[in-house]
Design a protein around this ligand. Structure first.
Ligand SMILES: NC(=O)c1ccc[n+]([C@@H]2O[C@H](COP(=O)([O-])OP(=O)(O)OC[C@H]3O[C@@H](n4cnc5c(N)ncnc54)[C@H](OP(=O)(O)O)[C@@H]3O)[C@@H](O)[C@H]2O)c1
Length: 322
């Protein structure tokens, strides 16, 4: 990263925290972190933290003008797929409007924009997908993610879009992702029903963060699929997770997606082919077992830290101007 100035939006989220950690601990970049909450979920000195809501053009302009970044990494998004189906206006404002505000502000400083998209831009009829396959989103979330991509592609700015899927990992105060929810449920001996007809690559958030920064370091632009090495059904992932955490896999019952009657339609035969990123960025995404071993470590370290220092991880951290 040399002596570049990097601004991260959504720095309190799962991916945002991983990107922030890599930047602050592993590079000499000058880093500004920003999320919608009033405070950072954890201290990340020497990075500066500035509260900003990306749906506010003014907030985004101010943070960008203050930090004068060479690179903006946007990890902010509304990621609850079913909520996006029912709260469409909010989903659009963040996932599309927010990206447009970042583009507008970046234009003033000439910053490169790194953005994260999803396999939900595809219909899941014939995955796994390459970067050149034709998007056909089934859900409103997928539509917002595709529209965000399109805004960047039409902007004339330097951009890097990473498409990813089934992000998992642990960081203080993050919302539950599939893996954390499953661990918690199985630890409580709660039976769970997991779909066996949705396929894709579970992705360790740390691998994605590393891939994004490799892309920046190498000056890459365009679209890259960055996702885990293995393509499996959700059910298969769940069973392998139960094994890796010594939890009771017999609590997991396979079901079909249609039986869940979720508000948002999901792509079934999905998955992302990561060859381009592996060759051009030189990354080697984790297998499921490798990723789960990292997750196990992260959770134990998180528990140890919580025991040592009181209830800091997961502490409520109030939102800004909502
Ligand atoms: N999670 C997945 O499985 C998955 C799959 C494919 C692609 N992706 C993409 O990967 C990226 C990172 O996802 P993630 O899993 O790290 O999500 P996450 O943990 O939910 O992080 C997103 C962050 O953005 C913040 N945010 C929401 N609205 C905002 C606003 N108006 N202004 C500023 N910040 C705002 C959220 O704050 P609050 O928590 O307060 O809302 C949260 O801290 C997203 O672009 C997502 O679409 C995720």
């Amino acid at each position: 990263m040399n002596d570049r100035r990097v601004l991260v939006f959504g720095s309190n989220g799962l991916l945002g925290q991983k990107v922030a950690e890599f930047l602050v601990r592993g590079t000499p970049a000058s880093v500004t972190l920003s999320s919608v909450e009033n405070t950072p979920v954890r201290p990340m000195e020497p990075a500066e933290y500035i509260q900003a809501d990306i749906t506010s053009k003014k907030d985004v302009r101010q943070v960008v003008a203050h930090s004068e970044p060479d690179v903006i990494i946007n990890c902010a998004a509304i990621t609850n797929v079913d909520a996006c189906e029912t709260e469409r206006e909010t989903a659009w404002k963040v996932n599309v409007g927010g990206v447009e505000h970042i583009i507008e502000a970046a234009r003033r400083t000439g910053a490169m924009i790194v953005h994260v998209s999803s396999d939900y831009i595809f219909d899941g009829k014939n995955g796994p997908y390459t970067e050149d396959d034709r998007p056909e989103p089934l859900s409103y979330y997928g539509k917002t993610k595709l529209a965000g991509e399109n805004s960047l592609r039409a902007s004339g700015m330097n951009y890097l879009i990473a498409r990813t899927m089934i992000l998992y990992g642990f960081a203080p105060g993050v919302k539950q992702n599939f893996a954390l929810w499953l661990i918690q449920s199985l630890e409580k001996q709660t039976p769970v029903r997991i779909v066996d007809d949705q396929f894709g690559n579970p992705t360790l958030a740390d691998d994605l963060a590393y891939g994004l920064l490799r892309g920046v370091e190498l000056g890459k632009t365009g679209i890259y699929n960055i996702a885990g090495r293995d393509i499996v059904s959700r059910h298969e992932f769940a069973v392998r997770l139960a094994r890796a955490f010594n939890l009771d896999a017999s609590l997991i019952t396979p079901v079909k997606t249609a039986s869940l009657r979720q508000p948002a339609h999901r792509p079934l035969k999905s998955g992302l082919i990561t060859l381009k990123a592996e060759v051009e960025l030189g990354i080697h995404p984790s297998t499921i077992e490798q990723g789960l071993a990292v997750l196990k470590n992260q959770i134990s370290r998180g528990k140890r830290r919580a025991a040592d220092s009181g209830p800091v991880p997961g502490q409520p951290h109030g939102r800004g101007k909502h």
